[in-house]
Design a protein around this ligand. Sequence first.
Ligand code: WTA
Length: 671
Amino acid sequence: MTANSNASAGILSVLHETRLFSPPPEFSATAHIKSLDHYRELYRQSVESPEKFWGRQAEAELVWSKRWDEVLQWEEPFARWFVGGQLNVSVNCLDRHLGTPAANRAALIWEGEPASDDKPGEERTLTYQQLHHEVCRFANVLKRNGLKAGDRVIIYLPMVPEAAIAMLACTRIGAIHSVVFGGFSAQSVADRIHDSTAKMVLTADGGFRRGAVVALKRNVDDALKLTDSHGNLLAQTVEKVIVLRRAALEALPMEPGRDVWWHEELSKVDAHCPAEPMDSEAPLFILYTSGSTGKPKGIFHTTGGYLLGAKLTSRYVFDLRDTDVYWCTADVGWVTGHTYVVYGPLANGATSFMYEGAPNHPEPDRFWRIVEKYGITILYTAPTAIRAFMKWGEAWPRKHDLSSLRLLGTVGEPINPEAWMWYHKIIGGARCPIVDTWWQTETGTIMITPLPGATPTKPGSATLPFFGVVPEVVDDQCQPVPRNTGGKLVIRKPWPSMLRGLWGDPRRYEQVYWSDVRGSYFTGDGCRQDEDGYFWIVGRIDDVLNVAGHRIGTAEVESALVSYPSVAEAAVVGRPDEMKGQALVAFVTLKTGVRPSPDLRQQLRDHVAKEIGAIAKPDDIRFAEALPKTRSGKIMRRLLKQVAAGTEIKGDTTTLEDLNVLARLTASSDE
Ligand code: WTA
């Protein structure tokens, strides 16, 4: 396997993990799935007769305005689920709860970022009835401004209830949303508008992050002015920008005819908005994510299959019930925010808590304060956050009563057993099961995971597949590998919430996901299965890094670096990092006559932030006279990874063009 250095380190560190935690009997007693045998029986049905299984689930779980004719049409790699069926996502998340006991239950509870401990953040609660009302009104605003079924719309908002309202309003009228994380730059916004040919942008004057205001609308203005290399506007399809007043910024320029205020538009509409019946296979959303080439991939999901997966995984993995106050800490800009802040919990009539701020602002006990104050029962967060909490010390969580918690979850990257144990003991009081959930933007919903009342857990393992998911670990020849051997993780069968493709680029979809291993979806992750069949994900094996739970394509950062005038060449690799999982190290050669300097290093980091966003800033930039290359001119990343990690250079260097380059690089890293 061509694992990167972090992945191989992962294999070693988890090999010795033998601790096993059975679900607490009192948890299992009331859980939706109470035993491993029950899970195994349902799993067997789901993979032996998938169409029967999924047809039954779709009938029981979703409200259809027209029943489907066929459960699955599969022409590899293109799947169509519940073919001929029609439904509406907002109806399934909202209308269906009206007139039931859920109508006056909190759908969303939100807290804004506080200025300080004595100036608490704003609070808002929206019941299902109220959320329905707001979604209908905003859907009318979208219609009034010319948005129709099938149109694309960019959502570039902070973590406020309006983000969820906007998403649901799009689904109500059948518009396709593409949420762009608020930390992305104007350039990233422009690229996404361009690729999706979006007609509208929904944004805010600003959002708050650690006391600072992020000027979202200004970024949109900049994005709408950016041009490609031929001087053509990138975002020329945008006709309307709807602006939410959040940060009360003074003197925000509004372009007449194009920009309108959210609150002014709301005053012009009523709350009556019939839902558009959508084809089960109508695109629901596009979400851009890093790939191993420079251009982000527009992953798109469709309506029926995605919603069914979101609903079922939320219910079974989080064992959701009416009394829960469930908190997924992800931003709506990521897939986790889509599926497990908005669609999954709301489809179940659950209470989803949303928080705008950072975990350590104003103090590192922010999360624990929230857990205590709102009586959070289920907490779903990322390993990188858990490692940060460990570093800040257990005194912070100890200050608060965390006894309301009954279940913990993680997602985004492999969790190291130490962090798992800390989460278990310090946050979970050794009483809450932990669900380590493996999935991807592409998979739409959780794929490999414990079911908390059924599956004994091992720290660091995502354990066993969810219903209908058939994962396998294979070698470079596509052959299944024996147990306890590392290989590529593939998925053998289509599943309802799988991506349907890359927006506008079916060939790239085939080539990226379906050409590596014949007949299977290739995840890009390395994995091994242990003697009990448990899956241990060891990280990416392509040129995508996982930095603090975010996927960053090295090629994207490289192309941002070389777009800076003084840079000749750049190679970006990952180095293991205690907090972030992986850190980005850039090796940069400069054009003749340009001298390296600390200033230039800072300018390059700022440039990457401007091109992509702050999350892609290299942690370390090393200027080099040359990069190690093979005789055919390929950069030898394997060697750079070793230099970056500070490990001894091992392995074959016989194809290296100039051995001196390596010697100089190693020397320069000792500076
Ligand atoms: C990684 C996030 C190990 C993996 C939902 C995957 C994980 C990528 C886990 C997807 C986990 C996610 N254990 N690795 N529990 N969850 N990953 O698209 O490398 O942002 O391919 O989706 O994150 O990241 P994405």
